[in-house]
Write a protein that binds this ligand. Sequence first.
Ligand code: FAD
Length: 391
Amino acid sequence: MQSVKKSATTVYDYAVIGSGLSGLCIANALSKVSNNVILIEAADTFGGQNRSIQSKVGPLNNGLRFLPDTELSQKAVAFLETLLATHLAPESLENPVVSFEAGGLKPFVGFGEKPPAFYDELSYFLNNRQLKLTLEPHEWTPILFNNYSGQFLPRSYVTKFQIENKKVTGVMVNGQKTIQATNFIFCGAVGDLKTLLPDDILSSRMLQKLSKNTYWTAVCLDLFHNHEVTVLPNLHVLNGTTEDELGPCLGSFLPANEINGQKIQCSQWISFVDNEESEDSEKAGAALKKIKRQIKRAYPNALENLIFERILIVPNHSGNGDLKLSANGTLPNTENLWIASPAMHQQKNILGALLQAEFILSSLGCHPLGTQVEVKSPDLPQERPTPDLDI
Ligand SMILES: Cc1cc2nc3c(=O)[nH]c(=O)nc-3n(C[C@H](O)[C@H](O)[C@H](O)COP(=O)(O)OP(=O)(O)OC[C@H]3O[C@@H](n4cnc5c(N)ncnc54)[C@H](O)[C@@H]3O)c2cc1C
């Protein structure tokens, strides 16, 4: 990875916006076919939702992670292995989901007639077979980043796309600098396109669809227990008996670690609240309290003398990217803007991030799994003067 030192008039071949898993995959592969790639990231560092978290028990995933064993997962893992240049030895493990019913843990049999409003977000996890890989998601992102040979621009929030004659010519960063490129790949949340694009780009139908969409905020809790609560690796669905609008939570216990003679076990939990309601901090607080109540119900001593707890609230965690793209993954009427959010893929989440990245790369003529083809750039002028660019 290079630090940014190009001149103010640089026109990059590719500007990748967002350095989460999808952005890192795309930037990584593109930097192998072009030495003129920039990766623009709003946060201080790369990794997005899959950044690595330093904890009492060593580096951890940024919250619960689960990969169902499906054909699409195998395809996504093969793509990832190529980019990481590492064999991840996918192993299919039986891992029946359990829930707490009638005083004990039982195989989870479904939500009956009243599925939670965020059922779509949960259904992904409710697969009784999971894929275990030799590396965890938080270990993928540093490798992808280290193997990326283009430029990285952190603390740089793209605030607007500049569009002329159906082509993006530049992006405004932090409301003050313009970065120009021939191709733009957007790897942020699809819902943000409503404000990032000039008014006349999305049709009123598209805008309506984006607005109608329900986006979910993930409410996550990592607990560090001062003893081994359970050796069960199973995914838990905990809901309790009272019916409320908060819905169930999902979670699992990681293997316990012995640190300075003390056993420490981490458990990671997730539930969802509607994005619109998540701005009401009481709603997220109530969801967190409910998670704890359910854990206590299933494991009465689990919350005693907790060593540490970590709360993570992730807006726009998911939602359907109900935005019809052109067949090549570009935004209609904007021929050099590719949309790589997993929300655009039938398979959301990590797998959607990987598979949408693979699809966009192949649309760009870049095939990490096969031969790499030089990308044909839309015919924009190669150098344009940019005032006030001092990055
Ligand atoms: C707690 C939690 C648990 C999860 N569990 C699972 C799981 O078990 N299994 C699974 O498959 N998936 C899981 N997911 C979802 C999965 O992690 C995400 O779907 C996936 O990481 C999305 O990757 P991404 O690259 O598309 O987006 P992100 O990781 O969100 O990255 C987007 C990046 O773009 C940057 N960005 C956004 N907008 C802009 C802008 N305008 N300008 C500049 N930068 C911008 C952001 O700062 C961010 O770094 C979980 C997510 C969370 C939060």
